[in-house]
Design a protein around this ligand. Sequence first.
Ligand code: NOJ
Length: 514
Amino acid sequence: MVKWLKDAVFYEIYPQSFFDTNGDGIGDFEGIIEKLDYIKDLGANALWINPCFDSPFMDAGYDVRDYKKTAARYGTNEDLKRLFEEAHQRGIRVLLDLVPGHTSDQHPWFLESKKAEPNEYSGRYVWTTHAFEGIGGHPYISGMSERAGAYMLNFFASQPALNYGWLNRTEHWMSAVDSPEAIATKEAMKDVMRFWLDAGCDGFRVDMADSLVKNDDENKSATASIWADVRKMLDEHYPEAALVSEWSNPYQAINGGKFHMDFYLDHWYNGYNTLLRDYETGGEDNSFFRKGAKNDITRFLDDYLPKYNATKENGYIAMFTCNHDTPRPARTLSQDELKIAYAFIFTMPGVPFLYYGDEIGMKYLDVRTKEGGYQRTGSRTPMQWDHSPNDGFSKGRKEDLYLPVDESENAPVLSDQINDPDSLYTFTKKIIHLRHEYEDLQADADFEVIYGEKEKLPFVYRRGNLILAVNPSDKVQSLHHPVFNCRNIICSINQSEINGDELKMDPSSFLILQ
Ligand code: NOJ
């Protein structure tokens, strides 16, 4: 296992919206460099930067046109290398975003693949033989190329699927997973990884990591074995590099694919969803961290515990405050509710990720779609640094901004929170620093549920030798348990009392006991 992950706290940067230094209205590498001290001070020691490569930006950069060249709007390859160096000088690692499942339809590989004459790239993507032959059960496009055949899509219409072969082959045009063309695709992606690792990056967040082999079995074992092969390359040649998968199935991703980390994504009905965003079902918001909700932690635990127990020896579940595809948690949770939610997220096992702006509780905005964001766009607006024009994000003209800034009167702004001892920012920083201070709060330390009952509170858990308790409700909650005897409070939100074996917690409270 990569050692630095034990104490890693990631900060996700959507580069478009973080900090613009040249006044063109869009964030850039220089902007990230200028804010590294801020990130370090907050306590994050690793970054995940969304795709920053040459792209027509039909999907915010997840449609890569050149894997080895940065998008000019962010800066040059040299600027990105400087970012790696500046980050490393501050003890911060940098993960780039690898998009292995598809490219842009403007990628030179695809332009070659579309040609009627067979060439080196004919088999790089998934194609049928005839223009009138589709791909049952999968999206495809035909009639757009000189080459006869339909090509498969991996996501939007501009993102043709790269060909890693099919496990269950039912048509003659389906490549085998060990065919020369499928192996060439895998080797091309490993070559891209080596290119950036040699340039100084510390690993990758892997987009749609489960999407490579088509008609895979129910364990996605053929896709997993591609990643296990990638992991072998890393272990041999880049032992400090780390991979985190967008998969949300740690059995497959961590145990099968040998990923160091797997994201616990916000999917309807999964355990993570019940914590912060349980508002799509039944018309009522029953998110665990919402005051006045049913506050039922078992809906999380029933999903999480089996996954955690089955994978903890091999890798880490990565829980996040949010990401660029997910509504900001502040969409429904107040700043006080967020403090308790973050207290939980940053004291759980595995590796936590903080999405830029969540440290100040940036809102989910109602804005028009940008670069294929659609409803995701509301979580991608510019960071609110201060009260200067454009919230300090850019010195450019308002009409040139990548997305509008939050202009509401109560928009959270960093400069208001940074010196306020009661702010969300200050608490977020405190809990992250506490995680660094106590090994028992880090990725590997034991996790055990002490009290986690259906619709009952407080929720009490143990990390190593520490006891943590959460009461997100609007009522006082108390519990008798021998673990509370003779303990001191080392961190708390609102009031809690310990008398012998009784813990009494005020509404909206959290505490850590030593
Ligand atoms: C997942 C990414 O997070 C998302 O933003 C993107 O649109 C799709 N994958 C397609 O690459």
